[in-house]
Design a protein around this ligand. Structure first.
Ligand SMILES: [Fe+2]
Length: 223
């Protein structure tokens, strides 16, 4: 872990990696792993706890990706959701977050399969990094602690404005808009809704062999 790598420099490096025609998921994963959350320079984005639900703060955003900090109070969690054909990386900055993974039609390849099944779960501790795509599955994230808050960093490429949300029975619920309680992105760099819709259709182009190797390495233990 590189204690000299600041959040600012990591973002500069992410800008370069995420602007490639084919994104190296291994390189993004390695860069996120190398950032040491104990340096605490993310804290100016991570103090937005809300008693009702977890909050999102956008740290940085451009046409290639969004970088968000999510603040989870004790016991808060997300619904089961997809990622709009984007790739989603997560890194725990403080506390711990439990990921419960689900299979669905896009991960089983069976479009008739409407049932959502639990694949497994794991708890990511501080500095832990994981990634997910719709091809890998759906997930729900929870801060299961009743004593500790959690802060996590999320990278979505390409950026998206809303995602699919599902009940435990597999039923699609009203889609969720990704709202930000604070937004630090430079407005001139943030794409329009039309541009976002176009890039969501294209999805993220990443190296397939790397993708498969990393997905296997980060497989969630069966529940
Ligand atoms: Fe997610």
């Amino acid at each position: 872990m590189d204690s000299t790598l600041s959040l600012e420099v990591m973002i500069q490096k992410l800008d370069v990696l995420m602007s490639q025609e084919t994104v190296s998921v291994a390189a993004v994963n390695k860069l996120l792993e190398s950032y040491d959350a104990s340096r605490g320079d993310w804290q100016r984005y991570g103090q937005t706890f809300d008693a009702v639900r977890y909050t999102r703060t956008r740290v940085w955003g451009n046409k290639n990706y969004n970088l968000l900090v999510l603040a989870w109070d004790q016991g808060q969690g997300s619904a089961i959701h997809d990622h709009e054909n984007s790739v989603c990386f997560m890194k725990i900055l403080d506390g711990a977050l439990t990921e419960t993974r689900f299979s669905w039609a896009k991960s089983t390849g069976n479009e008739d399969d409407q049932e959502i099944r639990v694949v497994g779960s794991r708890t990511l501790q501080r500095n832990g990094v994981a990634f997910i795509t719709d091809q890998i599955g759906l997930h729900a994230m929870n801060n299961k602690s009743n004593s500790d808050k959690c802060v996590s960093l999320h990278l979505y490429s390409p950026p998206f404005e809303e995602c699919g949300v599902f009940g435990a029975d597999g039923q699609a619920l009203p889609r969720s808009k990704l709202t930000f309680c604070k937004d630090h992105a430079v407005k001139s760099l943030v794409p329009s809704s039309t541009e976002i819709a176009e890039s969501v259709k294209r999805g993220c182009v990443f190296d397939q062999a790397e993708f498969e190797a990393l997905a296997a390495a980060q497989a969630v233990p069966p529940q």
